[in-house]
Ligand binder design. Sequence first.
Ligand code: FAD
Length: 550
Amino acid sequence: MNLAAKNRPQVIQKFKEEKFDLIVIGGGVTGAGIALDAASRGMSVALVEKKDFAAGTSSKSTKLIHGGLRYLKQFEVQLVREVGLERATVHKIAPHLVLPEKMLLPLTEDGTFGKIGTSIGLKVYDMLADVQGDDRRVMLGKKATMEAEPLVRTSDLTGSGLYAEYRTDDARLTLELIKTAANYGAKSLNYLSAVDFNYVDGKVTSVNVKDELTGEQFVMQSDYVVSAAGPWVDNLRKKDKSMTNKHLFLSKGVHIVVPFERLPLKQSVYFDIPDGRMMFAIPRLRVTYLGTTDTPYKGDINRVLANMDDVNYLLDATNKMFPSVDLTPDDIESSWAGLRPLIYEEGKSGSEMSRKDEIFESKTGLISIAGGKLTGYRKMAERIVDLVAEKYGDNTDRTFKDCFTREIPLAGGDFKNFAEVLKYQTEMEKLAESASLNPYYGRYLVANYGNQSDEIIEAMKTYNDDANIALTRAELQFCLANELCMKPMDFFNRRTGRLYFNITSIKPALDAVLADFAKFYDWSQEQVAAEKAIVLQAIADVSEFEEVTA
Ligand code: FAD
């Protein structure tokens, strides 16, 4: 197991010594999916991530495993079919983490979709994704819609469509992929960036990397290199001098989070907004989150934040759909802002550009992949690894197994079916209560860590603290031991989602968490103070919004 934080020096040593079949650059969902696919088919794989796993777009999505209903309107039938079918597969391999979520699509007198159009559209959506039984869409009249979600605007409501999607945690999905890949021998490290490439006869043969924690630079050898660097893909293509006229277009998408009591939705809603776009309102345990925006982005891609314009846009649209709630900026607990790495298309706006993925093959042998959806990560990985396997087939007599990731349960997700998850969740709720926690934490733990949750509740006994702090420390213990958790923000953001979904829990536990980090990594008081400042800044970044000056 190479994902214990303490093993980092040994893994670095292996990175210096071994020649790999494949180096994957980027530890978002795409890179993590490629690492698992390649390792499970028998390739030796190293993955390098410059920040933390999922620190890019893969912790900033709407967190839905969805078919992309709106792409039907753009006639992207193939894309909708592929990701639509993938929903059930990703649910099957991680049933604790990819949870069924019914979506209500309210219909209004002047809305984008008429009743008949919606009914047909949702039916086609179900057919493309082979949706079965009770999960098939139903059309509701006005009264039934008001019962399903009493907060929707009724003045021009004509009815709704109710259809099936799935909700997830994108960062946890990425982490569990990295852990599962490790079980097949893939070696992954965060805080290790690919700087540039070395060539022999014009072909990439090695990657110069930098350890972002120590500053050390060294060389990693491999037969093939895949860049799954998301919004940074073009930076690496430029280093490889292989830019073509196809390039990325970065579109910013913001979500805001309010306490559940301020928008107590009975269920998720996907609704029209005044500028012709659509947005989601999704209840999630103690909060409801709302998003997203879709605006061209030209700023610093390493620091993307929501601003007051984004907030006003989302609040305005939400208050129009749910007029009785009257949300204001003061209601916002947290937010996140991510970049969609879209493939630029002349004459189209960001929201019109395709969400299809694209593979760029350079003459140097560098393979880059960008675009696509969280939902389609497994198929994207399959295509990339097929390509690498084909290259091996052309140049050597090495062969690899066919892709079988649809059969590989992700770490934490080894349940027979969803009913088993629910049973385990009930047990964890009881365990949480008996450990003096709100039963909410039972559901939270299972959705985050799956069948690894009882181990965490058990570890709470090690700590003589208030239950909430003991739980946080027990989670940290688990993440340090199993998830390459190097910094407090890795923990509060990507490992636990607390920065977005339970932000008020961070400050009370902060000093205890910092003390545990200091003990584990032997940090000085200065390092502790610096990390504390980073956490406090991160809290301010997601909960305070700057006015935009023209
Ligand atoms: P990233 O997650 O950005 O990963 C790239 C990684 O590469 C980063 O972690 C970065 O640090 C690393 N990296 C970059 N340069 C280097 C280097 N030189 N060396 C080492 N590492 C490097 N999809 C869905 O299916 N469902 C949704 O609900 C959904 N909602 C979305 C909402 C928004 C607002 C956005 C922006 C996207 C949404 N998507 C959704 C799309 C989905 O989030 C992305 O397709 C997916 O996360 C992209 O993952 P990735 O791994 O390709 O990129």
